[in-house]
Design a protein around this ligand. Sequence first.
Ligand code: FNR
Length: 189
Amino acid sequence: ATYKVGYFVGSLSSTSINRLLAKALVKLAPPELVLSEIAIKDLPLYSQDYDSDYPPVARAFKQAIADVDAVLFVTPEFNRSIPGGLKNAIDWASRPWGKNSFAQKPSAVIGTSPGAIGTAVAQQSLRGVLCFCNSPLMNQVEAYIQFKPELITPDGEVTDEGTKKFLQTYMTELHAFIVRVLTVLPRKT
Ligand code: FNR
């Protein structure tokens, strides 16, 4: 069987190293995982005022999450947390009340930073948010990727063999995790 995985890139930067990481993960994923990006950049700032009538862009965003078996967050760390744009997207997805897109939707987090802790603090913060949103979250493997210049080429090739193997393992474990979760939780339609 194949599983659809929607991935979010937490960065809006045109030179994003997290986007490079996402490209690499798409290439290294086992054939059972079919990855597609769920874009966050066109969402307006969320307000509860929208709950009675979500705009088309937000409806499409929630539908994109509904259409996948699992979600993958590839995110930078901003000021020891996740970027505001990503938090905004999560807030949109979590509402209106009773229609939380992440409920029972398997998720996983990963990220890269030039700094040595490789987005660990942002990921910890994101894990707390996803926990509250009732998403079954992959606990292990954790992946804190320190980005060194040219670690990943513009077309998503990982130049360091050890990192490449590790990222491949991460995606294999993600596949196994999705299979485990969907064994006990029905797919949402
Ligand atoms: C950063 N950066 C950063 N890095 C980190 O390891 N921990 C942090 O808390 C922060 N904080 C932070 C805040 C803001 C506003 C910016 C713009 C940057 C540096 C960050 O890791 C670096 O800019 C990465 O290149 C961001 O990832 P993308 O956008 O290239 O994917």
